[in-house]
Design a protein around this ligand. Sequence first.
Ligand code: SAM
Length: 341
Amino acid sequence: MPTVSDRLGRPLRNLRISVTDKCNLRCAYCMPEEEYVWLPRKDILDFEEIARLVDAFVRVGVDKVRLTGGEPLMRRDLDQLVGMIAAKGAIRDLALTTNGLLLAEQARALKDAGLHRVTVSLDTLKPDRFRALTRRDGHDKVLAGIEAAADAGFRGTKIDTVVMRGINDDELVELIRFAQRVDAEVRFIEYMDVGGATRWSMKDVVSRAEMLATIEKALGKATPLEEHSSAPAERFLLADGTVFGVIASTTAPFCRTCDRSRLTADGTWFACLYASRGMDLRTPLRAGVSVEMIADLMTARWRQRDDRGAEVRLAAAERGALAGAEALKSDPHLEMHTRGG
Ligand code: SAM
């Protein structure tokens, strides 16, 4: 497929598809409010519609797809969508990001349907802390889900941990050891000032430098691995052969190599996680516009892309939450749980 580049020469390769804005957790860094405005049900794309849009994205250059949400495993029969996307030869990497609560019951079906890889979000190894951070029970289910993924045959599983000061920054070493035990790789994500993080403050961000200092103090030198990819995580090797990652999206953004875009469950396409507006693909799709013509619309939009959202945020003199709760209610598309993270 011909590669389309944006204004900064970046191709479009990665597509994150949010299949639902609903979530069964209420993580403090993502959904701290009591009430939310959900996307209208009639606007949620069905699997055929999502598959058609994937066909159009493939024409623009996408060859990696990640299913996300909200919580993607809350979308009924997700394995059917996995099967539909896995059948497309052009998609060489099909992954899922989940909080793991429903993974134990679905891992086998997802593997059988053709899912390649799983990333499980897990911020703590302590059940009480999990309850406080997510406002829900189910820590044991998440751990069972990670185990079930391995039993179902998934390899290269990742564990994503958002690190917050005074909340879970004392668990980095334990999380590395845990990931090693379950044959996964942990990636520590800096707390980001994305939509939804209404309580965000720079003082709660644990920087990559701080994380590395803590880890090296306990486990010895962490050697950076030389890698040439657009993946956001920098990976480090410990003396015993363990590898872990750090995603320094807040203090050292990687906009210059960002080949990612995001499709919400209602077919709104965002060229940047921080973009205030997205492109409505649902309307042309439901009007019967052909896949070829939708690909042309995408191409024209991508050629205009000059977003560097995280870098712009970094340069801001006074940095606080990106959007307040009222702004998020008036446009739920601004929410991280709608955009899919
Ligand atoms: N429910 C799924 C899950 O928990 O993985 C998928 C959606 S969730 C929005 C995707 C990822 O975004 C998760 O790993 C979550 O930890 C991350 N995330 C959400 N808010 C964040 C924030 N303020 N800073 C950094 N990462 C965040």
